[in-house]
Design a protein around this ligand. Structure first.
Ligand code: SAM
Length: 248
């Protein structure tokens, strides 16, 4: 956006992402289980274990959708006996947040520990230095400007705060990558059609995974935004990666 306005292509991406999640919201959780054979649950559990939140952690979970990361965060704290700590779930799509709100109600989650906020990861409706942790899980590949999202993450964190991202990444073995590609391109859209009655959103999903930068490239982007001690860890041979960095 050298001219200070969004190009047609950028606006199109944002609109497409919005309608994809509006369309899939009610089937979102079931589809995650089907496509990953339930493994996304384990990835998310590990993600929260790596964050190791404490009673003092005030988390902003961006692109938080239907609340999977937030619920795990609270469960982790409450198992540890810390009935404090809080999470704000921020997502651009109110339909996803609505599904999250009703899930929270069903789970009997204490309303004092969770809040829901509609907002764009590229332009967060949040004060500077107001959170001690920032998470984004399976969200950053959907945004139009990754660098803006990272800049915003840096801005809203307090000094000492931690940035963590869980995202699809690239496999570290060519044979496995080939098998994974076959699965992604041949099987996932068919599953989408069968389970959610929609082909296109799942084709988009697979393409967006292919276009996202690999582990090393994304690490540089996180460093560029000002984060220190940036590292990453592959899960399931790099099907997904956890990136972590600190605002010092
Ligand atoms: N974090 C949740 C999880 O792990 O299950 C949801 C991930 S879902 C694949 C991606 C979410 O990103 C959607 O809920 C979508 O609405 C949201 N999203 C896409 N673009 C966004 C943006 N610019 N700002 C905030 N959220 C966005």
């Amino acid at each position: 956006t050298h001219f200070g306005f969004e190009t047609v292509k950028e606006t199109e991406k944002a609109e497409k992402v919005y309608s994809v999640f509006e369309t899939v919201a009610s089937k979102y959780d079931a589809m995650n289980d089907a496509m990953s054979f339930g493994i996304h649950r384990i990835w998310k559990d590990i993600f929260i274990q790596r964050l190791s939140p404490t009673a003092n952690t005030h988390l902003l979970d961006v692109a938080g959708g239907t609340g999977d990361i937030a619920f795990r965060f609270l469960k982790y704290l409450n198992v540890a006996g810390n009935l404090s700590g809080s999470v704000t779930v921020c997502d651009i799509n109110n339909v996803m947040l609505d599904v999250g709100r009703s899930r929270a109600e069903k789970l009997g989650i204490n309303g004092k520990q969770i809040s829901w906020l509609q907002g764009d990861a590229e332009n967060l409706p949040v004060d500077d230095a107001s959170f001690s942790a920032y998470t984004i899980a399976f969200g950053i590949r959907n945004v139009t400007h990754i660098d803006k999202v990272l800049e915003e993450a840096y801005r809203v964190l307090r000094p000492g705060g931690r940035f963590m991202c869980l995202e699809f990444s690239q496999l570290n073995n060519r044979m496995l990558q080939w098998m994974y590609d076959q699965y992604s391109f041949q099987v996932i859209p068919v599953m989408g059609q069968l389970i959610a009655g929609q082909w296109k959103p799942y084709q988009y999903l697979v393409e967006s995974i292919r276009q996202f930068p690999n582990q090393e490239d994304f690490k540089y982007m996180v460093e560029d935004a000002g984060f220190r001690h940036v590292s990453y860890e592959n899960l399931s041979f790099g099907v997904v990666a956890i990136h972590s960095g600190f605002k010092l």
